[in-house]
Structures are given as C-alpha cells and as structure tokens.
Design a binder for this molecule. Structure first.
Ligand SMILES: NC(=O)c1ccc[n+]([C@@H]2O[C@H](COP(=O)([O-])OP(=O)(O)OC[C@H]3O[C@@H](n4cnc5c(N)ncnc54)[C@H](OP(=O)(O)O)[C@@H]3O)[C@@H](O)[C@H]2O)c1
Length: 274
C-alpha cells in the first residue's frame, strides 16, 4: 500500500490529552499538516491543544470530549467526527491500566478498563473502517497495543490481556481489510515515560532510556511513521524488538518471572507477601 498523505486531511486520535496520543497529534499536525480530531475526557487539555496546534501549524483541531468507557460514547464520537467532514485516519490510542494483584482490581475499575481498552476500540474500528471501505479510497487505522500483549504480565494481568486482544483483533482486521485498500497498523510499544508509567511508581526506579523506556516524543515519532507507511505491526526501538523476539524464543516461565520482577517492590501498593 502507498503511504498516506494526511496534508489537509482529518485524523482522529483518542487519548490525545496526554502522553503518546498528545505527541502523535503534535507530530501529525506539525510534520504532516493533518487536521486533528482530539478525543479524551479532559476537555481543558484538548482546548489547549487546539490553541497550540492551530497557532503553530495552521491546521484545524476539533476537541471532542468523551468518556470512552461509557456505552454509546464511541457512536457519539463517530457521529460528531463525521459531521461535515471526511476522516481519513484514525488512531485508537486511549487506554488505562491497573497495577497490583489481579484479585484486588475492583469490578468498576475492570469494567472501565475493558470498555476503554477493548469495547470502544472494536466499536470505533468498525464504524470508521466501514466508512473507509464504503468510500473506496483507502484510509488508515492504527490500534495502540503494547508489548504487554505479547506475554502475560503479572501485576498488570488484566491490562496485558486487553492488549493481547488488541494485537489479535488488529492483525485479523488488517487481513480482512487489505483487499479494500484500508490499512490497519498495530503499534506495540514497551515502556513509555507517560502518566500511565508514573502510576506504577516505576518512573521512580527507571527513566527514559533505561530498559528500553522511551520518551513519549520518541515513541510517537515511530508510531506516526508506522501509521503513515501503513505497516501492519510496529514495535518501537531495537531493544524492544530484541525483547519481543526473546519472548517468542525463551521459556514462558522465565519471561513471565522476569517481567513480574520489574514490578515487585516497585508498585505503589505492592503485592502482599506470600
Ligand atoms: N506508558 C506505557 O508504558 C505504555 C506502554 C505500552 C503501551 N501503552 C499504551 O499507550 C496508550 C497511551 O498511553 P500513555 O502511555 O500515553 O498514557 P497516558 O498519558 O495515561 O494517556 C492515556 C490517554 O487515554 C485517555 N483516556 C483514558 N481513559 C479514557 C476514557 N475513558 N475515555 C477517553 N479517553 C481516555 C487519557 O485522557 P483523559 O484522561 O483526558 O481521558 C489519555 O489521553 C495506551 O493505550 C497504553 O495502553 C503505554
């Protein structure tokens, strides 16, 4: 597939109020001249992003405050995004995690995680990709997974399972839509120095550069490149790609044990002693 040219075209990004989503929005506006539909709950941040990007890059930004954990919100986002415009690119990046023993995750927290990380992604993928197919002139979708989706990750157990879903769903969808000229990219980063990582307390142990932890800016650059070039799967960074390979080759127990060790002692509320 030919790379996308987003100049003067609309790209929707969920989770555009912070971290990876914010930096992808900045790059797509600055370096690709894309108009941005910015989706997240924190409206004040989306409004600030609109002011920033419109002043600096002469693009248009539509801030769209939405809580994607709520039923009906994906459909409302789709309707609002499509009102009077054509959307050619969609990045489904919003996500939440839970750090701690899986037994301690409260039902509301789990339900919100499932709705945000999985249900909203499936629904928005279906709505936007169906429009891409209907229009018949391409379109690019990117789902933000995680290396946590390649192997079980104790103390982010349910989160890692949601990201396994995203990788499998995205790759299956990529195959189904290829003949229609619609690309689906799965982006699977390792650690990124964002609000999500700081919740774990791991940012007190590690900083960007350690253990393959990337800055949001550096990670966004690789993500945007993969999206524009319409790659099917992208893992950013040489170290992360090496680790992803080791996850396939080394014994399961070794990988899971080493992953768990990262969190043991590092969590704000650590797992109880056995
Ligand atoms: N940080 C890492 O180490 C890491 C590693 C691998 C993959 N990832 C993935 O990368 C993606 C971006 O995460 P990040 O690291 O950039 O974390 P982040 O800074 O916490 O950003 C998460 C984004 O998702 C939005 N969001 C969360 N819940 C939402 C909801 N119910 N409705 C709408 N928007 C919601 C947040 O906006 P509001 O709070 O304003 O709603 C925020 O913009 C996630 O899918 C994450 O799983 C992160």
């Amino acid at each position: 597939m030919k790379p996308m040219n987003f100049r003067g075209r609309w790209v929707l990004i969920t989770g555009a109020s912070s971290g990876l989503g914010l930096e992808m929005a900045r790059l797509l506006a600055k370096e690709h001249g894309a108009h941005i539909i910015a989706v997240a709950r924190r409206e004040d941040r989306l409004t600030a992003l609109k002011a920033e990007l419109e002043a600096a890059h002469g693009v248009q930004v539509l801030p769209l405050a939405a809580d994607l954990s709520r039923p009906g919100e994906p459909a409302r986002v789709f309707e609002a995004a499509m009102a009077g415009r054509t959307v050619d690119g969609v990045i489904l990046n919003a996500g939440v995690t839970f750090y701690g023993m899986a037994l301690e995750q409260q039902p509301e927290s789990f339900d919100a995680m499932l709705a945000t990380n999985i249900t909203s992604v499936v629904r928005l993928s279906q709505l936007f990709a169906a429009d891409f197919v209907r229009r018949g002139n391409g379109g690019a979708l990117m789902l933000v997974g995680s290396m946590a989706g390649f192997s079980p990750l104790p103390y982010q157990t349910a989160y890692a399972a949601t990201k396994s879903f995203i990788i499998s769903f995205g790759r299956g969808l990529a195959h189904e839509l290829r003949k229609a000229g619609v690309s689906v990219t799965v982006f699977a980063p390792g650690g990124i120095a964002t609000e999500m990582l700081s919740l774990s307390g791991l940012d007190r142990k590690f900083k960007a550069g350690d253990l393959g932890i990337m800055s949001a800016e550096a990670c966004a650059r690789i993500a945007v490149e993969a999206f524009v070039r319409r790659r099917e799967l992208a893992v950013p960074g040489v170290l992360n790609r090496f680790l992803a390979l080791m996850m396939k080759l080394l014994p399961h127990a070794l990988i899971v044990g080493r992953s768990a060790a990262l969190y043991e002692g590092g969590l704000p509320k650590g797992p109880p002693a056995p």
